[in-house]
Ligand binder design. Sequence first.
Ligand code: PLP
Length: 418
Amino acid sequence: MTPVQPTAKAQPLDVKRIREDFPILREQVHGKPLVYLDSTASAQKPRQVIDTLAFVYEHAYANVHRGIHYLSETATQMYEDARRKVARFINARSPREIVYVRNTTEGINLVAYAWGLPNLKPGDEVLITEMEHHSNIVPWQLVCQMTGATLRWVPITPEGFLDMEALDRLLTERTRIFAFTAMSNVLGTINPVKELVARAHAVEALVLVDGAQSVPHLPVDVQDLDCDFLAFSGHKMCGPSGIGVLYGKRELLEAMPPFLGGGEMIRQVKLTGSTWNDLPHKFEAGTPAIAEAIALGAAVDYLSNLGMDNVAAHERALVRYAYERMQDVEGLRILGPGPEHRGGVIAFTLGDVHPHDIAAILDAEGIAIRAGHHCAQPVHDRYGIPASARASFYVYNTEEEVDVLVTALHKVVETFAF
Ligand code: PLP
């Protein structure tokens, strides 16, 4: 595997100043300063995003696309401005290709149902990978059951990479869609998205990229990648929860039937039948998460101002530092590849201490990590473990916090005396 290439233009982040933007980082937990190492699950929010939410509810809230009064027009304008920001952030050709959904999970379900149900049939294959989050497994299982299509998956190598030889065998003219994560939320592995897209297109399969972990942490350009769909969540990229995005190529979205029916997604409703609104509204039934979408625009502004190359470089440096320091902890085993191939996430086991016990001891030190299967049971099965502990990093984390983590991990070793 070629290591992930650092970009020459990256500038160091001013993390001290960034931390001042995140009010929650001033919290004490059990009398200790909070060390938040769980951004892979959900990132914290900067003042700019919190203020935007408050601004909308205090000054600009009304339902969107429905009223002709001032507030409704203001809210609609802000809601659509945010969509344009998201489109620019991932370099979509048009804001019409940006569908607001609740989260990555809903984006993937939208494609599985609205594209999968009418297009899949017995004999067709859907290809996923062994490193997927449950949200990129279960919708495909359900839709394959409904259509008679077969679900296949690309195995992972012992080092935590996709098995590219197996991929050669698995991607065939029977493959109708290849759905994979750009970055594993357990192994941290950054997959070669552009190459995978090209290989899938060579057999005329569509590609859905699960961008839950890539869009918040790496520069993403959908035109360069040429992926057909990309799903991601606002809450993992400094935005609110309850808002996410499905990007889809316009011609594909145009050809798909609606996913959910209701208000706003229609052009005309008669009791005998209905016709559909233009993109992206065809896929946005019912009152959406208005303030949250507008605040997602603020999160996009925030990350764009930092520069995604700089964000990626900061996390790369931090993960390298953490990876090296964690080697000193007796009995600690890191899942997945070396730091040059991963994003800012490190899942690990520590002797035979249960990950929940590790997390509880760390919590007493003010450190927030995640313990469990991280909604990726097949990855854990692959390595013969039921669960792992996971520390993850974002723009506000520092080497000092990694030091606090490592000291606390030594404490876990002492407590369990192995
Ligand atoms: N895909 C990956 C790789 C993830 O890490 C996650 C969340 O952790 C998801 C999908 C699901 O995201 P959400 O719960 O926001 O839908």
